[in-house]
Design a protein around this ligand. Structure first.
Ligand SMILES: [Zn+2]
Ligand SMILES: [Zn+2]
Length: 332
């Protein structure tokens, strides 16, 4: 069976359609016809700087669709969302409820072909049937929502106030999840491009000068220290800081350590999310999105066909003219 997918063509310098033969399904795999594939911030780095080494793997790890064939026949024809993280289930971390640290994981869109394509193959254990009436396009948010839920599990208290630094998809998802979990929470979002849209959508507060929050969330990362230090300075004594931003490999932060330690802050780095026998962040994410789909619906701001792949990328890289939270591709 043939699959049309998006790959980088070094000759033309464009991301374009490429047709290849899908391998035969193994006895623990499922073939999904892609309905929606989200463009993630983590894809953008590879798209902007294509490398020979990575360019043979089809990207796209935020995916929902319809099962065409599966090792579990009951799945055929069902609407599903795919958990992109293929944990080994055998290593120390997988066996100790910390699958986010699995070093043998084979992830869709990273180590194995992903969903910027007509079809994607995933391990059957990674296939989640959507609840009835689940808007299938919202399945692309499950990966990010699972990370948010995973990070909030670090907290030992229910936050009454939160500062979210960064208004990209991750920052916006934090606003939506916190609103869903704690309806009375006071949220302040700091950002540049999507802030007006999000403020209107979630009726969140304006910042008061010198205000401090129970919880601060850093979602920006990159080679700079300002946003984490903003979080540290605006968190209450004994409060918590969650860091989901991604820092470059050789970057060393310049940290306001005096304030952080004086306030006895708890600063948590966040890697990904956990799926284990005891807890399944991905399943919880789907349930939360279903229960509060009105809170999540407007986060998908743009739809493109796969033929317009580069237009979606351009939209994501240039947010000057209009807000862009989540760009989604529809292959069919
Ligand atoms: Zn993602
Ligand atoms: Zn493992």
């Amino acid at each position: 069976m043939q699959n049309r997918a998006i790959l980088y063509n070094f000759q033309t310098g464009h991301w374009q359609k490429y047709v290849y033969n899908l391998p035969t399904l193994k006895n623990d795999e499922t073939l999904v016809k892609v309905a929606y594939a989200g463009l993630c911030g983590s894809d953008m780095h590879r798209i902007i700087n294509p490398s020979k080494h990575e360019s043979e793997i089809v990207m796209g790890h935020e995916v929902s669709g319809i099962v065409v064939a599966s090792s579990n026949e009951k799945l055929v024809g069902k609407s599903v969302v795919v958990n992109p993280i293929g944990n080994c289930q055998k290593c120390f971390y997988c066996e100790h409820e910390q699958s986010q640290f699995c070093s043998n994981s084979r992830n869709i869109g990273k180590n194995v072909n992903g969903a910027f394509a007509d079809y994607v193959i995933a391990p059957t254990k990674n296939i989640y049937i959507t609840p009835a009436d689940f808007p299938l396009e919202l399945g692309v948010l499950a990966d990010g929502v699972a990370v948010v839920l995973h990070s909030l599990q670090k907290l030992t208290f229910s936050p009454r106030s939160a500062l979210i630094v960064g208004d990209g998809a991750m920052g916006c998802l934090f606003v939506a999840v916190l609103k869903a979990l704690y309806s009375d929470i006071k949220i302040v979002l700091k950002g540049r491009h999507n802030i007006d849209l999000i403020k209107k959508m979630y009726h969140i507060d304006n910042e008061v000068k010198d205000e401090e929050f129970d919880l601060s969330v850093e979602t920006v990362g990159r080679a700079q220290s300002d946003t984490l230090n903003d979080c540290i300075r605006q968190t209450v004594y004994g409060g918590s800081v969650l860091v989901t931003g991604v820092y470059p490999p050789d970057f060393t932060l310049s940290l306001d350590a005096r304030t952080a330690f004086y306030k006895e802050l708890k600063i948590y780095g966040i890697n990904s999310f956990c799926v284990s026998a005891e807890r399944d962040d991905f399943a919880e994410a789907l349930q939360l999105i279903e229960r509060h789909h009105n809170l999540f619906g407007s986060l998908i701001t743009h739809y493109f066909s796969l033929d317009d792949f580069e237009k979606g990328v351009e939209k994501m890289s240039d947010k000057r003219n209009s807000p862009v939270v989540k760009v989604v591709y529809e292959p069919h």
